[in-house]
Design a protein around this ligand. Structure first.
Ligand code: GLY
Ligand code: MN
Ligand code: MN
Length: 441
């Protein structure tokens, strides 16, 4: 699904309309006349002239498909087209942003500046404005105030994606899936983590900085490290298992996808198949009105069944859940909101005014507690891992007898399994962006 430029333009126009309406209500609630959004500034390493990777203000890229545009601004005044103040420096050390072009330009009032201070004269009265941005983005008398009343409203509604956003997220998923295919091939050929990572980047035409998060490229025991942050250059003597958690982005929208592969070892292949079955069942539960916390709790129940079936756990699945033994093997949440940020904002927010919906007791890493609603995009990412530090705590506990430690020993060298899809909640059947891309590509 790759919308033509014409249809993307129409989707973008409708998206802007939704954002305009949200902004108007947010401003009214906060008692402001204008919404000003600073893209942000390039930051430099301490005592050095090397910049950190630039991360644009997510509020900025919600309005325009621009991600590399430090020092630019947006000014939104209800009833007027959004004004984009587009910074295009005269710079011969770096490549400046190209002149604004694309499907989105005609919908905005675009003003080009070549000095950051020129933005000030093109912004409306800052004393009547909600100004969203980091403190260092301030201009004289234009100081970010980030009012809660405005931000809470915008963050709460950002969970509900527009069709334009879903189209871009579908493109991001397709981009990532093409690269997942290349990574699997590299794994099957016995490549090192670093070479698999390179194959991934080449296939999705990203460099490391383009990725929405650092790739997790984990062979063998490394698959047990939830956020494994290295890519080993040496080839392993044996490639028993491969867990890859890797995304891609399109116009600032993220994909977040995990796949795990075995290498013919029967028990591990069964484990992968078991987690995959659970994952698909959980993804089918992404329905309007569903309490996401229930999906998380159901994940524990279903993974307990897999662990009992495989002989990792003795006794009943119910007892394993009741004794919290499943938390050793599945020590993270089942997923999160996704969109402009991989872990998108407002996963706990009760309503437009803020507030908080608590996690269930005993589940400290769940990132989403809001009830699902049409338009929300979430990940569904169950996993079963063999994590030495957690296993040794379990072994020292009263629940140790619920585990067949020989089977655990047998599976330790494989690290673990995670399967993760990006799923959109609709009025009816969920739209699984990831499976849809894997089916097509
Ligand atoms: N890639 C990080 C996560 O799955 O949440
Ligand atoms: Mn995720
Ligand atoms: Mn992930």
């Amino acid at each position: 699904m790759s919308p033509s430029s014409a249809s993307l333009s129409a989707l973008y126009r409708d998206h802007l309309e939704v954002l305009q309406q949200r902004a108007a209500v947010a401003l009214q609630r906060g008692g402001y006349d204008h919404l000003l959004i600073a893209a942000g500034k390039t930051k430099y390493q301490f005592l050095d002239d090397r910049p950190y990777p630039f991360a644009i203000n997510p509020h900025f890229k919600a309005w325009v498909p621009l991600t590399e545009h430090a020092e630019s601004w947006l000014a939104i005044t209800p009833g007027q087209p959004p004004r984009l103040i587009y910074f295009q420096p005269d710079d011969y050390w770096h490549l400046p942003p190209a002149a604004p072009s694309g499907y989105w330009v005609e919908h905005l009032d675009v003003q080009v500046i070549n000095q950051p201070e020129q933005a000030k004269a093109l912004l409306p009265d800052p004393s009547r404005a909600a100004i969203l941005g980091e403190p260092d983005a301030a201009l004289p008398n234009v100081v970010p105030n980030n009012p809660d009343s405005v931000i809470n409203y915008l963050h709460f509604h950002r969970a509900y994606k527009t069709p334009y956003e879903i189209a871009l997220m579908a493109q991001a998923s397709a981009r990532a899936v093409t690269a997942h295919r290349a990574a699997e091939q590299a794994f099957r050929a016995g490549a090192s983590e670093l070479d698999i990572h390179r194959a991934y980047l080449a296939a999705c035409q990203h460099n490391d900085l383009d990725l929405p998060y650092g790739n997790i490229v984990a062979l063998n025991e490394h698959a047990a490290v939830l956020h494994y942050q290295y890519q080993q250059a040496e080839k392993p003597t044996q490639s028993r298992s491969f867990l890859i958690d890797a995304g891609a982005q399109v116009s600032g929208y993220a994909a977040d996808i995990t796949r795990t592969y075995g290498n013919g070892h029967a028990l591990f292949e069964q484990l992968v198949a078991g987690v995959d079955r659970v994952q698909q069942d959980l993804a089918s539960q992404v329905r309007h009105g569903k309490d996401y916390r229930q999906i998380h709790l159901d994940t524990h129940r279903q993974l307990a069944d897999v662990l009992v079936d495989l002989g990792v756990l003795k006794g009943s699945a119910e007892a394993a859940v009741a004794e919290r033994v499943t938390s050793t093997f599945f020590p993270h949440g089942v997923g999160h909101l996704i969109g402009l940020q991989v872990h998108d904002v407002a996963g706990f927010q009760r309503d437009e005014d803020g507030g908080r919906i608590e996690r269930p007791d005993g589940h400290p890493f769940l990132r989403l507690t809001r009830p699902l609603a049409s338009g929300m995009a979430v990940t569904i990412e169950p996993g079963i891992y063999f994590i030495p530090t957690l296993l040794s705590k379990l072994k020292a506990s009263a629940a140790a007898s619920m585990v067949d430690w020989q089977v655990v020993e047998h599976l330790l060298p494989f690290g673990g399994v995670r399967i993760e899809d990006d799923v959109v909640c609709t009025e009816s059947e969920p739209l699984n962006l990831t499976r849809e891309a894997f089916a097509r590509l």
